[in-house]
Design a protein around this ligand. Structure first.
Ligand code: CTP
Length: 400
């Protein structure tokens, strides 16, 4: 199930720490290699010797220990691992994760880890329901951390309620299911555009828009996580990509984006145009800086090529084409018009009237319409979660 995976298991100081031994055994049985990072409190509940004997690896628990292989062990370990599981995760360690506090081996490693993280919380039911814990958990979820919900049951403190750490078998099943999905788009070529385009007026000035590229980049990361080969064509943004399955092409103007899209579209299975492409460009760009004159210059604009519409006209039945529509009024009507006129399979609508949706925000609120008349409405979510909703919707429809 997890064959060949290198797993960092973080253990924090809860009574469920004793179950870690079973979890390590199950992970190894399913083909994974496990290295443990424990907090000092965790080692009050379970011995280092038990963890080292079962994992067959040294336990990392002291950032400044003399016998660390490297002075920056948290970096070496996080480079080594493919994924991280933290079980049990106490309210305290979750609070540190959510607030970027790095004061021990586990919290420091968390900050240095930029791959998939799975957290199995364990705490008293009143702590689990506390608004601070709830806020921390939802913040981590919105940043792509996977939570394995704590079930109800008898707790070590005598209470009966939500907060038990999920059983090791269930943790294994949860993580295994995630990686089953990982390869669902293996072999598929996905083309994504992101960010704004800049139309130069002269060598120092341009006409642009407020797109940050966050939605397109979140889509690229998510599709790459699902195993697709992603080509990301990005306008000028200050974002980086993580997944090695993403090949990035940087462009500036609408015309450069068009040229790149046309070259790559033929080999594309799924194309998602999330970029905010300029509808107009400058008729005659000045090669030298335009000087301040008494008479203000008049800049003549001419239309750019509608990339999405061009791809829609070229599209074969095997290709899926997805557009975005950012609207301020008559949202649904306008989106449906674009779906039809650009020959799309799906259109993702976001309205500037929705609080927290659109340019610059970490969040977005979307609805999806498809050419067969189906639709789905989603609540306000982080752009990472929105990327997942869009991918799930497309994949479901691919199956149909
Ligand atoms: N788009 C494109 N090429 C353009 C303009 C837009 O490929 N020159 C794409 C966008 O990437 C998006 C979709 O078309 O996926 C809709 O963009 P939007 O700006 O909402 O619509 P327009 O067709 O430009 O119409 P309008 O600006 O009038 O709403």
């Amino acid at each position: 199930m997890l064959n060949g995976k290198k797993i960092l298991l973080g253990i924090s100081g809860g009574i469920a720490a004793y179950k870690s031994v079973f979890l390590i055994r199950l992970l190894i049985k399913s083909g994974a290699e496990v290295k443990v990072i424990a907090t000092k409190n965790a080692l009050e509940f379970i011995t280092k010797l038990s963890l080292e004997s079962i994992s067959k690896n040294k336990v990392y628990f002291d950032t400044f220990a003399d016998n660390n292989y490297y002075s920056t062990e948290h970096i070496a370990l996080t480079d080594w691992a493919d994924l991280m599981i933290v079980a049990p995760a106490t309210a305290n360690i979750i609070g540190k994760f959510a607030n970027g506090i790095a004061d021990d081996a586990l919290s420091t490693s968390f900050l240095a880890f930029n791959k998939q993280i799975f957290i199995a919380p364990a705490m008293n039911c009143k702590m689990y329901e506390h608004y601070a814990v709830k806020r921390n958990i939802s913040f981590l979820i919105s940043n792509g951390v996977h939570f394995i919900v704590a079930p109800s049951g008898e707790l070590a403190c005598g209470y009966d309620g939500k907060g038990r750490m999920e059983e090791p078998e269930k943790i294994l099943e949860f993580v295994g299911n995630y990686y089953k999905k990982e390869n669902v788009l293996k072999g598929k070529n996905v083309l994504i555009t992101a960010g704004p385009t800049y139309e130069a007026i002269d060598p120092v000035r341009f006409i642009g828009n407020h797109s940050s590229g966050k939605m397109g980049f979140a889509l690229a990361e998510h599709f790459a996580d699902l195993g697709a080969d992603v080509k990301l064509i990005s306008g000028p943004v200050s974002l980086t990509t993580q997944n090695p399955n993403i090949k990035r092409f940087d462009v500036v103007s609408a015309d450069e984006m068009y040229q790149k899209c046309i070259t790559l579209f033929k080999q594309t299975d799924i194309c998602i145009m999330a970029a905010a492409v300029a509808d107009f460009t400058i008729d005659t760009k000045s090669d030298i800086k335009i000087k301040k004159t008494a008479e203000p210059p008049v800049i003549k604009l001419i239309p750019t090529i509608d990339i999405l519409k061009t791809l829609g006209a070229e599209k074969t039945v095997k290709q899926i084409l997805v557009g975005f529509a950012l609207e301020t009024n008559d949202e649904k009507e306008n989106a449906l018009k674009k779906l039809k006129s650009k020959n799309l399979d799906f259109i993702v609508l976001n309205s500037l009237n929705d609080q927290g949706a659109g340019f610059g925000f970490e969040t977005n609120k979307i609805s999806i319409f498809d050419k067969t008349g189906n639709n789905a409405y989603f609540k306000l979510k982080s752009k990472k979660e929105v990327a997942k909703d869009i991918a799930d919707y497309i994949i479901q429809n691919l199956k149909k």
